[in-house]
Design a protein around this ligand. Structure first.
Ligand SMILES: Cc1ncc(COP(=O)(O)O)c(C=O)c1O
Length: 443
């Protein structure tokens, strides 16, 4: 196959690419023209191992025929029908399936189109809940340094990744930030660090400062993903739960990356044995084949908002044209079936030890300053070279041409292969990482 042909026919000028150095990319384009299983192919015919499940979403490997067939059939049967004051079977079926894999008590699932929309929808659910339960003074949200909660205005307001908010001065007011959980004492720890549980007391300090009655919710990623796999210190999430319980604050786990097996259990809530009040998810819910996100809430939140007023009026004035889009539901149903049939969450747990052994073996490389990991996710920090992110961006490009996709944020490479990876894929991944890092160290 001539992979160059479709590329040669196109201009790169018109597409303003997201989260990209547009000018640099257009000088040295990296187009993916095919993806299958564990691999991507570029426009020059190069074969690239997918070391980050694309953007942490393609958990089952690329172009799964079961998902493609389901989406195709759905398009021919009912390409689109709205979910406002009417419905289609797929939305109900998928909500049931997702609820089945969530921790007990999450019986209600609200569909959206992305992780960012899941966060903004969660914010509105929290506001509506507090209004309905007579706690309207709870307007303040708590987030954390280095947090990533998507890029809509709500999520950007909660963002602890400074570059993601730098250029956008008009944000939601009343957001307080806890410290992040990266500590030098925990460097190269596998799983949860021994140090830092007391960082959870930042939430108590925010309560002491502003008063519990002003605080609505505390948002955390169980493992901060996009900033570079910050695994929480031992006991940290449990302590956050206790402080939330003491003060009537809702605990939100943003599981957009950590949901659906990534940490070696169905959700981070299961892995850390801490039950939040709200879980946001997206990414692997459809294996990346269709855009979709969701918010799941505990019974009491749903009851308070939905079962409070008159039965024949809309209870929650929120939703998107494409909430529970039929093709996204078809992709989601097919994905959830594969998760169950192939016991993917167990598989991820079983492969984790091998994966982490191999990744942590890279610590002897001179450029590597820290490694963190849990389940099937890890991050490698490399020594910066000038401005933060310069080396990371260069590394990501070099790895691509060397046959490996690893997503870098700043100078951290985030390694999260599809959960169907075999040992030989992990070996290949770590081999390319080692040779590339060593060649940069020598240069
Ligand atoms: C924890 C978390 N929340 C929200 C988002 C935003 O998701 P999306 O890019 O689908 O809007 C992401 C994306 O990486 C994420 O990691």
């Amino acid at each position: 196959m001539n992979y160059a042909a479709p590329f040669a026919a196109n201009s790169l000028e018109n597409h303003w690419m997201p989260f990209s150095a547009n000018r640099d990319f257009k000088v040295e384009p990296r187009l993916v023209v095919k993806s299958q299983g564990m691999y991507l192919w570029d426009h020059k015919g190069g074969k690239i191992l997918d070391g980050s499940s694309a953007l942490f979403n393609v958990a089952l490997g690329h172009s799964r025929p079961e998902i493609a067939v389901a989406v195709h059939a759905q398009l021919l049967e009912n390409d689109y029908s709205p979910f406002f004051q009417m419905g289609h079977p797929g939305g109900f079926e998928l909500a049931r399936m997702v609820s089945n894999v969530l921790p007990d008590g999450f019986e209600h699932v609200f569909f959206v189109n992305s992780g960012s929309e899941a966060i903004d929808s969660a914010l509105k659910i929290i506001m509506a809940y507090n209004q309905a339960r007579g706690e309207a003074s709870r307007v303040r949200m708590v987030s954390r340094e280095r947090a990533y909660h998507g890029v809509n205005i709500g999520g950007t307001s909660l963002s602890g990744m400074v570059r993601n908010r730098d250029a956008f001065p008009l944000m939601m007011p009343h957001v307080a930030f806890m410290r992040h959980t990266w500590l030098p004492e925990n460097r190269f720890t596998r799983g949860e660090g021994e140090h830092g549980v007391e960082l959870a007391d930042d939430l108590q300090r925010i309560v002491d400062m502003f008063g519990a009655k002003t605080i609505a919710a505390c948002f955390v990623e169980p493992v901060a993903g996009s900033t570079g796999c910050l695994v929480p210190p031992k006991g940290y999430l449990k302590r956050l739960r206790e402080i939330c319980d003491k003060h009537g604050i809702l605990l939100v786990f943003d599981e957009v990356i950590t949901g659906f097996g990534r940490l070696g259990g169905p959700f981070g809530a299961d892995v850390f044995d801490v039950k939040p009040d709200i879980i946001t998810m997206a990414k692997a819910i459809t294996n990346g084949a269709q855009p979709m996100g969701a918010v799941a809430v505990r019974e009491e939140i749903y009851d308070t908002i939905v079962n409070a007023g008159q039965a024949n009026v809309i209870e929650f004035f929120h939703g998107y044209t494409y909430s529970a889009h039929p093709t996204a539901c078809a992709a989601g149903i097919a994905t959830q079936r594969i998760f169950a049939d192939e016991k993917i969450f167990y598989r991820a747990a079983a492969m984790s030890e091998y994966f982490l052994d191999k990744v942590y073996a890279l610590r002897d490389i001179d450029l590597v300053t820290d490694i963190r990991g849990i389940g099937m996710m890890a991050a490698i920090d490399v020594k910066p070279d000038g401005a933060v992110g310069t080396r990371g961006t260069a590394m990501q490009k070099k790895l691509f041409w060397n046959g490996l996709h690893v997503k870098f944020t700043g100078d951290a490479g985030i390694i999260a292969p599809p959960l169907v990876a075999e040992r030989e894929h992990i070996d290949e991944l770590c081999h390319v990482l080692r040779t590339t890092l060593e060649s940069i160290a020598r240069a």
